[in-house]
Every structure is written in C-alpha cells, then in structure tokens.
Design a protein around this ligand. Sequence first.
Ligand code: AMP
Ligand code: DBH
Length: 532
Amino acid sequence: MLEGYTAWPKERAAFYKEQGCWEGYSIGDMLRMKAVLYPNAVAVKAFDTERTYAQLVKRSEQLAVGFQQMGIQKEERVVVQLPNTIAYVETIFALFFIGALPVFALPSHRLNEISYFCQFSEAVAYIGAATYQNFCYENMMEKVQAVSPKLKHIILTGETKQTPLESLYKDEPFQKVDVRGSDVAFLQLSGGTTGLSKLIPRTHDEYIYTLKKSVEICQVTAKTRFLVVLPVAHNYPMSSPGILGVFYAGGTVVMSDTPSADEAFPLIEREKITMVALVPPIVIQWMFALKFRTENIHSLEVMLVGGAKLSEELARKVMPTFGCKLQQVFGMAEGLVNYTHLDDEEERIVRTQGTPISPFDEIKVVDAEDRELPVNTEGFLLTRGPYTIQGYYKAEEHNKKSFTPDGFYRTGDIVRVDEAGYITVTGRDKDQINRGGEKIAAEEVENHLLAHEGVFDVAVVAMPDAFLGEKICAFVIRQDETLEKRRLITYLESKGLATYKIPDRIEWIEAFPETALGKVNKKQLRVIIQEN
Ligand code: AMP
Ligand code: DBH
C-alpha cells in the first residue's frame, strides 16, 4: 500500500462495499466500459480536435505504453500541470491505466509550489506545457529538477528540448496493469490552512462513487454537452460532476482554455453546450458580457456554481438572466460534496448550498468543544462518509488536528443545517482566503513575506471584494522604513509564488491588534481593512 496513506478502518470499508458504494473497479476501467457502450460518441473536444470514446481509450493506452517504457511504475507519483487540453485527459487516463498517481497541479502554480509537490511526493516525472500564457515552464523545470533528486523525467507539450509528450504515444499493445478500486488513484491538492498545501489521496472506488452520485443528481446523460472553463485539474471541474462525471455518463466534454465570455460564449453557441460549472466571479463576468455579446447561449440547461459562497442576491439573478437552471455545489477536494437539486423550490436553490450526495454521508454541526448543536444553529461542520478522506498524505501531525479520533474531517467551514438537511455555508474557521474559489493559506504567504529582510512581522487576511468575494491583504510591520510595497510584490514573484497567492494589497502597520490570549487578532484586522 502507498506509504503515507491513511487507510479506511476495516469495518467501514466493508460496510461501504456491502452498501454498493464501492464497486471495485478503477477510473481507467470506467472509461473502457464507456468505450464499449459509446465507442463512436465524442468524449472530448478542444479547439478543432476531438476524440471519440474508442479513440480516447486507444490514445491513452498508447501513451501508457510510452510511460511504461520510460520505467514509470504503479504507485509512483507524476506531477501533472497541463492546461485544459486533450493532452491532459489522455495523460491522466494513461497514468490511471498504469496505476501511477497524478499529482494535480494547476497552471497558475510556479516554482515554489511545483518544487514542493515534486519533492514532497517524490515524483519521478513531471508532465506540463513547455510554455503557456507567456510563462516558460521549461525554464522553471530546470530549477525544479535541480532541487528534486527523485525527478527523472520532464515531459512537455509544445516545442521543447525535454521529452516531448507527443513522442511517447507508442503504437504497441498495452500490457494491462492490475489496478483495483481500492488503490489510491491520485493526489489532489487542498487549499491548505498551514504553510504548505496538503496532498489528498483518493481511491478509485470512492471517486467513482462521487461521479455516480453527481451524475444522478445533476442529471448528466449521454446527451450532456459540458463546457469546462475552470482549470480542469481542480477537484470541482474534474468530478462535481466535472469531466469525469460526463465520461461516466457517456456525454461530451468541450474544453475552453479560459473562463472568459469572449471564449466561452462562442463555444456554447457553436457546440450547443447544455451544462457549465462556474465560480461566482465568473457568473458576474458572464452577466455583464450578456449585455454586449451577441451569441445565442440558450442551449444552456444547467449552470453549476460553487467553490466559494454564491450570494443570495446573485443567485436570484442566475435563472432569469441566463434562462437556465441554477445548481449550487459546495464541495471539497477532501471529499464531501453537496448539491441543491434541480427540482428544489427556488428558495432552497438560491439560499442554500444543498445536501450531501450520499445517504451514508454523516454530517455534524458542533461547537468549539465538539458538542453537537441543534438544527438551524450555526457551528463547525464535521463530516465522515464513503468518499471523505481519513487523512492527508504523509501528514501525521496535521491529521491529528484535521480529523476527530473517530474519523470525522474538520472542514473548517461554519454552516447551518435546516430540518430537511440543507446546508448553508455562513463562514469559515480556517486561516484561509477564498479568492473567487482559489484557496490560499494565510500562513504560506506570511512565511514568504517574513523571509524578506525588510519585514519585521506580517499578518495576511481576507478583505471583501465585490467581484472575487475576497482578496488578499497583507498587514506588514516594517523593519526597514524605506521598503516599498512594489518591491515586496516583486520579491514574492521572484520567489516563484503562484500568481493567485500574491497579495492584492499591502498595508503598513505599527503593531498588530491582539486577542485576549496575545495572538494576532485577525478578526480586528479584517474589520480595519473592510473600513478602509
Ligand atoms: P478545498 O478543501 O481546498 O478543496 O476547498 C474546499 C473549500 O471551499 C470548502 O471547505 C469551502 O470552504 C469552500 N467552498 C467550496 N464550495 C463552496 C460553496 N458553494 N460555498 C461556500 N464555500 C465553498
Ligand atoms: O471548492 C472546492 O474544492 C469544490 C467546490 C465544489 C470541490 O472540491 C468540489 C465541488 O468537488
């Protein structure tokens, strides 16, 4: 078994199997089954290239042969950092076929994150684009390789001196590898609350179960035409119901490189898209774009919105503005996923984040002492169930804090649950900023700023933003009075911090307000920034 993986307690594993939640086959097998059922249906399309289900299996197997010939083994980790492309889909299925574990990086990650993922997961290979959106990943990877002794292969799409991905498709028969439902399938990323993001091991069984339930609840069928606009490696566009859910149902995925309306609207019109999954800021952008764009987007039947809280005010506008149904989704890469239902009464759809996807999801709302609270009372959300992890990868100490002794995950979300089980997210009890769906651990940004010689102390907090919901504000006590804000930002960029983690605002401060216990009072800092 994978080292650093917290396995399921035996009795609960047996129970979830007995209840039919876990069916024992892999994500690769799932695709093969769909290729038997729908060989000639288009599975995925990007720009002018498309793959039917049969072609997708064939191409992914050809790539799997290439990976095998390089010596990549079952359970070895491979950091994947590809944009929304067919290469991404073929790469992850090729890795699933050989049982190697993709580590799902995002294109916005930089040297800081990629070095950490490669080192911490002891990845043997990295697969990315040579360049993308004016950034040269090929150069970045030279630096990553210098500090990652286990990293043997750098495989890139596009013009490259490294191994071209395209060269690894081998027209030779693929020798099947024994990959089981109970095996870990990949390492997903958590937004994190401490210095570095945690890696989340998910098994084939549990992930396929989330696809099956999501497909039912979101009514995804072989007729569904799903447009992916968010970075596809993120847990939400991957699985809620996401590209994998659409494959589960035999539908068609169309890839958009970015979520901008300029790119997405023409695709919706041309491809007769029926379903999209957005974060709240994109909803705002699209509403604005509707005023001047001329495409017909009436094929849209369902708009999923999640990743960050959708305000009730904005939620009310979705259905009348876009003429499609709104479905809210509240999920986490650690597991638990909730949806509102397409036939729910409007008040539920606009005011709540839905109900858990499984009757076996256990939900507790507790106070600071872990005592359960009555319905309709705000408290901390704890959860346990057939697809919520039992522990982060290689994080024994952190796991003691993030999970209760009986295996409930402490989500860090503050919620209220009504009589019917509908969850409303009302706040957060984790030191994190949710910047339009991108999660940032305050501590990580603080540590980088503290490393600057002109900085004496720092506290990073969320500040409200009409568009993104929240932005990042760093309060800094200077060591050196001549230090300029611009220089601090340049410093963070030069350290290779992911673009979305760079503070939107820096405020000089003389001293931090403190709590009764003498800790930095971040609540007070959030009030200060809100009022200024
Ligand atoms: P992560 O653990 O990094 O995958 O991020 C999951 C977190 O995103 C959740 O614990 C919530 O804090 C937040 N989140 C996701 N969807 C929603 C939503 N619909 N409303 C409010 N917060 C959300
Ligand atoms: O924010 C998330 O991580 C998220 C949101 C919606 C998620 O992981 C999901 C659905 O599965």
